[in-house]
Write a protein that binds this ligand. Structure first.
Ligand code: SF4
Ligand code: SF4
Length: 419
């Protein structure tokens, strides 16, 4: 495991305000006396209470500097888990962010680190946009660049023949294109290009490399994205991972709502996973993938997915967590559905087979929305001062932490920090 970076004393001292705000997270952490809570890791106790929060860095998002800053900020804000691309350098960036958070606030609880993989290249989270800017009309208004939520497209119009050439504007050209590490496959640029110049390149994470990652002591969990279109690909991936799967504390399966066939599909997957003996399992209900930053309505699909599944008594064992379209409105939406931290279905008094100690919905994962609110602050840092290490800018780190806490706090139950 990486050694915690020690910040210079002067820099550490400048984070007094960050420590004061972050101390609210530690102070509000529940004392684990309920039932057999103490038998489980704190992250699992969160799932059982229904206040688990996961940060999704993005299964395809590989910008190590951003991943590191996000991990630092959300660790201070008290998330239980950080989900990232199954790539060694990205995993390193997550752990470095956690280490820096721990050096600023030693009482911080280390989140679990989860790597995301896919069993099928049709999963939208595992693709990258690509185009050749030389094929673009030079006078294009570049809507692709404007619509990208990840700032993953950068284009510059250059005058052919040099700056002082008086050429026909149509003979100019565009340079740049997709910044591959930042593209996470949301697909918004594909639909806005008026000239149909952008294509999507799908891929599957290599199971051999994933198996190696799972054996690392700084990787705690895996998430397998599956399309819900059949179990063959899942089965193949599961076999390829072999015994390495028993190195992790939690296996999550992320799936879309496939309607009536969903429960049968989940039960079939659950059967395949029987060789997983060492830890916990979680079902990630992916309502409307990669859309939480779009607006209020994006959260509806994952909440309605949760409502459907929790009403079915033949759903498989495991924790259930929302994702896909989650944002600031998700907690209220879950409350309206009667499912926020609920152990019984609305209008009933029974808990079915899961027992009264376990919430029906274990928690919420935040992706695009969580990244957007921190990205806004990172972009405020003057470029010449450097944006690679947010801890070098105590004022911006404090502002980012307050934003992160305003998202995590309503789930965790700690008061919003003063701004
Ligand atoms: S797919 Fe999404 S993240 Fe990737 S370049 Fe297009 S808009 Fe940006
Ligand atoms: S919108 Fe299409 S044509 Fe225009 S710059 Fe982007 S990729 Fe090129």
């Amino acid at each position: 495991m990486a050694v915690a970076p020690v910040l210079p004393p002067t820099l550490l001292a400048s984070h007094a305000a960050v420590r004061a705000v972050a101390s609210r997270v530690a102070a509000s952490r529940p004392i684990r006396v309920a039932g057999d809570d103490h038998l489980h890791p704190p992250q699992v106790a969160s799932l059982r209470r229904g206040d688990w929060v996961k940060l999704i860095c993005g299964a395809s998002f590989e910008d190590a500097a951003d991943v590191r800053n996000l991990s630092l900020v959300y660790t201070l804000a008290g998330v239980d888990c950080i989900d990232c691309a199954a790539d060694a350098s990205v995993v390193g960036a997550v752990n470095e962010g956690i280490d820096v958070a721990a050096s600023i606030v030693p009482t911080v609880q280390r989140p679990w680190v989860m790597v995301s993989v896919n069993d099928d290249c049709r999963d939208l989270h595992f693709r990258k946009a690509e185009f050749d800017p030389e094929d673009c009309p030079p006078n294009c208004s570049k809507p692709c660049e404007k619509v990208c939520p990840a700032d993953a497209i950068s284009l510059k119009r250059v005058v052919v023949g040099g700056e002082h050439a008086h050429s026909d504007p149509l003979s100019d050209k565009l340079e740049g294109g997709v910044i591959m590490q930042r593209c996470y496959g949301c697909g918004r640029c594909l639909s806005v290009c008026p000239y149909d110049r952008i294509s999507a390149m799908s891929y599957i994470r290599d199971p051999t490399m994933t198996a190696e990652l799972l054996k690392r002591s700084d990787v705690d969990a895996i998430e397998i994205h599956t399309t819900g279109k059949g179990t063959d690909m899942f089965s193949i991936l599961w076999s390829s991972l072999g015994e390495s799967i028993n190195s992790v504390k939690l296996v999550a399966v992320s799936l879309p709502n496939a309607g009536e066939s969903t429960i049968d599909f989940m039960n079939a997957i659950h059967t395949i996973m029987q060789s997983y003996r060492e830890g916990y399992n979680l079902w990630q209900l992916d309502g409307r993938p990669m859309s939480g930053d779009i607006g209020r309505g994006a959260t509806r699909e994952t909440v309605s997915f949760a409502v459907d599944l929790t009403s079915m008594s033949d759903r498989p064992q495991g924790f259930y967590q929302l994702a896909g379209g989650t944002n600031l409105y998700t907690v209220d939406s879950l409350k309206n559905a009667g499912l926020f931290k609920a152990t019984t279905l609305p209008g009933t008094t029974t808990t079915e087979k899961f027992g009264s100690q376990q919430a029906l919905i274990g928690g919420i994962a935040y992706g695009g929305y969580a990244r957007k609110i921190i990205g806004r602050i990172l972009r405020k840092i003057p470029v010449q001062l450097g944006r690679m290490r947010i801890e070098d800018h105590p004022g911006y780190l404090l502002e980012a932490l307050q934003e992160a806490m305003s998202l995590v706090g309503p789930v965790k139950g700690y008061p919003s920090p003063p701004k």
